[in-house]
Design a protein around this ligand. Structure first.
Ligand SMILES: [Zn+2]
Length: 497
């Protein structure tokens, strides 16, 4: 049968296919030729060649990344109300036309509720709203939560475990690629005497990892893969994004080691848009956190403006201004220069972090394990060798409690080695362990936990007693192979909530 019916159907989809068979086809048919065998080729040739007017066609517009979600600053913190560590600066930056997004590690579902009976997950539901309202005071509406859970610990490793590290990082890399920040601001990852909340540290670790990964197309590649279907349900069609700078703010009591490591901003200057001091805008924002500070908020409600100013500006946080520590800049600029110094619009190439090689270790060695060895590896891996950290290491501990010192004993030799430890403690501090001899197999590294009973503080307790030093000396084969020191400050209350 002559395929005139098929041709007429094809012509519905391909306007250049004639609705009637061409004359030469009819003549071939008359000669008995098998036209069906080459018909597909004919259809292809008719449909495929570039039409004469192809260059006059309007190109299909390819959608660009959603500009509504582009920001200049991404703040990465742990809990609702942590944004308060940066809100006076954020108010200034927003005044200067900068766009801001905030990512929280947790929804703050633990701790006391000063505003009502709700606790646990229900409290997290409320605090998520409070955080959004606090940000809305500054005009920030891009607020995300990474899905972590509150962790009552100073140990960043416990927080990372409790946050489901991989999931939280994946979420944060996605937020970086979506918001394409020029700068990331976050808590300083490190262990210090201070509040030193493990969750705060974890937010700084994740922000650093996301800074180094979001520009790498092989990191979470499903996020940057192109869609395969019109309603793509799996691949996200984001683009890799290399943030240009990362700054930290510490969670430590003392500021000496952070001085002049980054820019500093007054909180007392007057906002051009709001016509009030930056601290005042930040305080107005903080007042949204009723479940965390209803007592304080009620006190504010009964004070006049002069009383509020006197109270707030006599606090060191407000009177000394806001300082940041420069982590990394991929666009130059000076250490103490403005956060946006050196930044120009547009993307920059992905920059893999410049890792510092691990130093050669002696034949057998001892070192602090846990967060301390992690952070020295972390600084090397992320090109952060200049990041301030106390030497010797330090930590605040609850008086009357137990302090655990985690240690690595390394034996790279071909034979088992015996390690003998001797521990030097401050007066009144005691060790829980009976034996301090350990055998580490050939080419092995072993972990040891030294548990120290801490004394109670006297009555009345001194406000902030000076830290005291614990030293651990290790011997093997009759020779001293290392000496580990850590300074411990006793506090009435040292466990973060
Ligand atoms: Zn916090």
């Amino acid at each position: 049968m002559y395929p005139s019916f098929e041709l007429s159907r094809l012509s519905q989809f391909c306007p250049s296919v004639p609705k009637t068979p061409p004359q030469h086809l009819s003549s071939k048919r008359r000669r008995g030729a098998n036209c069906l065998s080459w018909l597909p080729i004919l259809v292809f040739l008719i449909c495929s060649p570039i039409p004469k007017d192809a260059f006059a066609q309007t190109p299909v517009r390819i959608l660009q990344a959603d500009e509504r979600y582009k920001v200049d600053i991404l703040l990465v913190v742990a809990h609702p109300d942590d944004e308060g560590a940066a809100t006076p600066y954020l108010a200034r930056a927003i005044d200067e036309g900068k766009r801001v997004a905030v990512a929280y590690g947790t929804r703050g579902s633990s701790g006391a509720n000063e505003a009502g009976p709700e606790q646990a997950t229900a409290l997290g539901d409320i605090r998520e709203i409070e955080a959004r309202r606090a940000n809305a005071v500054l005009g920030i509406d891009k607020v995300w939560f990474l899905g972590g859970k509150d962790t009552a610990s100073q140990d960043v490793l416990q927080s990372l475990a409790n946050w489901d590290h991989g999931m939280a990082l994946e979420n944060l890399v996605r937020i970086v690629r979506l918001t394409r920040p020029e700068v990331i601001l976050t808590f300083l990852p490190g262990t210090f005497i201070g509040e030193d909340h493990g969750d705060h540290q974890a937010s700084g670790v994740l922000a650093t990892e996301a800074f180094d990964l979001a520009g790498d197309p092989t990191a979470f590649p499903e996020q940057v893969a192109a869609p395969l279907r019109r309603l793509e349900p799996y691949l996200e069609s984001l683009r890799p994004w290399q943030t240009k700078k990362i700054y930290y703010f510490p969670d430590a009591d003392k500021e000496e080691i952070f001085r002049d490591k980054g820019p500093k901003y007054s909180v007392k200057e007057i906002s051009k848009s709001a016509k009030q001091a930056y601290w005042r805008i930040a305080l107005e924002s903080f007042r949204r956190h009723e479940t965390q500070a209803k007592g304080f908020i009620d006190t504010l409600a009964n004070m006049d403006e002069a009383q509020i100013e006197k109270m707030v500006t006599s606090d060191s946080f407000w009177s000394s201004g806001i300082s940041f520590v420069l982590g990394k800049s991929l666009v130059g600029g000076s250490v103490t220069g403005d956060v946006f110094e050196g930044i120009t619009p547009g993307p920059i190439p992905f920059a893999r972090p410049e890792a510092t090689p691990t130093p050669a270790l002696p034949e057998v060695s001892i070192e602090l394990a846990g967060p301390w060895s992690y952070y020295s590896d972390f600084r090397r891996a992320h090109g952060l060798m200049q990041l301030p950290h106390p030497e010797p290491p330090e930590i605040a501990q609850q008086a009357g409690g137990t302090f655990v010192i985690p240690l690595w004993l390394r034996n790279p030799t071909a034979e088992s080695r015996e390690f003998t430890l001797s521990v030097n403690l401050p007066a009144g501090w005691t060790l829980q362990m009976s034996s301090l001899k350990f055998l580490v197999g050939a080419k092995q590294m072993g972990t040891v936990r030294l548990e120290v009973n801490l004394p109670a503080l006297g009555d009345p307790a001194p406000k902030n007693p000076e830290p005291q030093e614990i030293s651990v000396r290790a011997e093997s084969n009759g020779q001293t192979i290392g000496n580990v020191k850590i300074r411990v400050a006793l506090r009435k209350k040292a466990l973060p909530e």
